[in-house]
Design a binder for this molecule. Structure first.
Ligand SMILES: [Fe+2]
Length: 244
């Protein structure tokens, strides 16, 4: 059984198309999206239309909650300069797009045929805004996973792929489809984006479980053109993320 995990698409349809093509070539049995689908990028409508056509289980990210309730954006830890982009994103979406986002789950657990259980979430098992990184202290990490019975955990939110063992647990991050960061987000600094899209495949065969943290190169020049013609309020900020 093979399961693909995509996360943090952030309105980047150019990257999503590349990832969906790669997933098709990988012959997976299931698809799980870990949230943050529409906001920030130039193509929220195209992303939602593509997601509606998929057979996919969706988890709700902090940006998904914020686009449903823009007046509560601060509660979902969306920084104030991104609010105009959030409002613009909501205006691009139809009622049926918003209904799909409303239906997203807070977390989702499944068990592979060999008994390995996997808990999916956006930030942590406790909250879509918890930020788990390779550098997060062990004591802090343990609080997020206390009492959890799954063996493998997978989330998004940090926009950085991660493979971290913690006791008998494995903590994974599938990275970001549309907004892969070169380094960890630092408040006040413009993130630096990498020229590829990230996602993960977990596959079980017999008693083994393979983790494949994948990188898919896509046409960033095409994305930049989409940003330039989109009318996105923060387009200049977006474009700066590609400058070295
Ligand atoms: Fe995100």
């Amino acid at each position: 059984m093979r399961i693909a995990f995509i996360s943090d698409i952030h309105g980047n349809f150019t990257a999503l198309q590349a990832v969906l093509a790669d997933i098709k070539s990988q012959k997976v049995d299931r698809l799980i999206c870990l949230g943050d689908v529409a906001t920030l990028g130039p193509q929220p409508r195209e992303v939602l239309a593509a997601l509606q056509a998929l057979d996919c289980t969706f988890i709700k990210g902090n940006h998904d909650s914020a686009v449903l309730n823009p007046e509560e954006a601060a509660h979902y830890e969306i920084t104030s300069h991104l609010i105009p982009d959030l409002i613009w994103c909501r205006e691009q979406l139809t009622e049926s797009h918003l209904e799909l986002i409303q239906s997203f789950l807070s977390k989702y657990e499944l068990t592979f045929p060999n008994g390995v259980s996997v808990l999916s979430f956006h930030g942590s098992p406790l909250s879509s805004t918890d930020l788990l990184q390779s550098t997060t202290p062990k004591e802090v990490m343990e609080k997020y996973f206390e009492g959890q019975t799954a063996t493998v955990f997978i989330g998004g939110h940090s926009h950085i792929q991660m493979y971290r063992r913690m006791g008998d647990k494995l903590i994974l991050n599938s990275g970001s489809v549309g907004n892969a960061f070169e380094y960890a987000f630092t408040p006040g600094l413009i993130p630096s984006l990498l020229p590829w899209a990230e996602y993960a495949i977990l596959s079980q065969s017999g008693s083994s479980l393979d983790v494949d943290l994948r990188r898919v190169y896509y046409d960033t020049d095409a994305l930049i053109q989409e940003v330039q013609k989109s009318g996105l309020p923060g387009s200049a900020w977006w474009l700066r993320q590609f400058q070295k």
